[in-house]
Design a protein around this ligand. Structure first.
Ligand SMILES: Nc1ncnc2c1ncn2[C@@H]1O[C@H](COP(=O)(O)OP(=O)(O)OP(=O)(O)O)[C@@H](O)[C@H]1O
Length: 311
């Protein structure tokens, strides 16, 4: 659905986005993850056609945004980082105004506004003045304006920024529900956010793409964690001799027994290797306390990327 090729944007001497390329398929929920100032907002503004790239290209559904900006914008819903709401307007009046900006025909507006209010669970606040709403409700109004025209692509810049934990949960549920009918790209600097909502993450670091992976690829490590009652003098040799295991590391004690991390070799598959390890432990007559694939969290991965880049 989206093809981004060597996207670059400079502000004077600063290269805020540098040769970033990626593709996003229909129906995916993709997180753009990066620290403050990494370049996420700049990428999102270019994706929505509000900012021109210095170089590179963006195609959405086969249309180049540089030459088909208005058509492409008609099927994008955008929640900017600081959504400019009008505090003196009521929710419903603001959505009516936003619908007119989105070009929703007059005859369809009431229905579309009702649907957007239902989806974002705003009906209790529909006649309230925006200035009196909590931050969480304001964010929902922002999302409601973004979905009024039934966009196929939703671009949400820091959608949970500044929300309390309950509001964050509501927003996550809302994004998941919206992803059933639209492709979603969201930006965040919160690792847990991506873990909670996204299928895939693109990590942006100093304007560069540092990583692009599905959550499964990212989290499933290539190591098995084992806890047994045998000490390293026996265990290291035995584990090393199992097919598919490349190396074995003795870990500090945690829970019962001795713990080891078994790194798979390039041929080793978790599904084949884990039962082989269990069999060998049983044959040796050791007690097996735990045997599980190692899951890496995003914090660890972020740390690994920083280490690779020498920061
Ligand atoms: N209009 C502008 N003029 C000059 N520099 C800018 C402009 N907009 C952004 N920048 C700079 O470009 C870099 C990337 O900014 P951007 O807002 O895209 O990052 P971000 O990842 O969205 O950060 P945040 O999470 O803080 O919003 C930053 O160094 C920022 O200061």
């Amino acid at each position: 659905m989206i093809q981004v090729e060597a996207l670059t944007r400079t502000y004077g001497d600063l290269t805020a986005v540098d040769q970033v390329s990626f593709e996003i398929g229909q129906g995916e929920i993709v997180g753009l993850l990066g620290h403050n100032g990494a370049g996420k907002t700049t990428i999102m503004k270019m994706l929505t056609g509000y900012l021109e790239p210095t170089s590179g290209s963006i195609e959405i559904d086969g249309l180049d945004i540089a030459t088909h900006r208005e058509v492409v914008q008609s099927y994008i819903g955008y929640l900017p980082e600081n959504d400019p709401l009008y505090p003196e307007m009521t929710v419903i009046d603001y959505l009516d105004y936003a619908a007119s900006l989105h070009g929703v025909p007059k005859g369809e507006r009431a229905e579309r506004i009702r649907e957007a209010i239902d989806s974002t669970e705003l009906s209790v606040k529909a006649t309230d003045t925006i200035g009196t709403l909590s931050r969480g409700y304001c964010q929902r109004v922002g999302v409601a304006q973004a979905i009024l025209h039934n966009p196929r692509l939703l671009i949400l810049d820091e959608p949970t920024n500044g929300l309390d934990p309950t509001q964050v949960q509501h927003m996550r549920d809302l994004i998941r529900a919206l992803s059933k009918r639209a492709t979603v790209i969201l930006s965040t600097h919160i690792l847990q956010e991506v873990q909670a909502i996204c299928d895939r993450v693109i990590i942006i670091r100093n304007g560069h793409k540092a990583l692009d992976a599905t959550m499964d690829e990212l989290q499933a490590g290539r190591r098995l964690l084992v806890a047994v009652d045998a000490g390293p003098e026996q265990a290291l040799d035995l584990f090393k001799s199992v097919d598919g295991i490349q190396s074995v590391e003795s870990l500090s004690a945690w829970g019962p027994g001795h713990r080891y991390a078994l790194a798979l070799d390039s041929q080793g598959q978790l599904a084949d290797t884990a039962p082989n390890v269990a069999k060998r432990i049983a044959t040796a007559g050791w007690k097996l306390y735990a045997l599980q694939p190692e899951r890496r969290d995003l914090e660890t991965i972020f740390g690994e990327i920083s280490a690779q880049e020498g920061r």
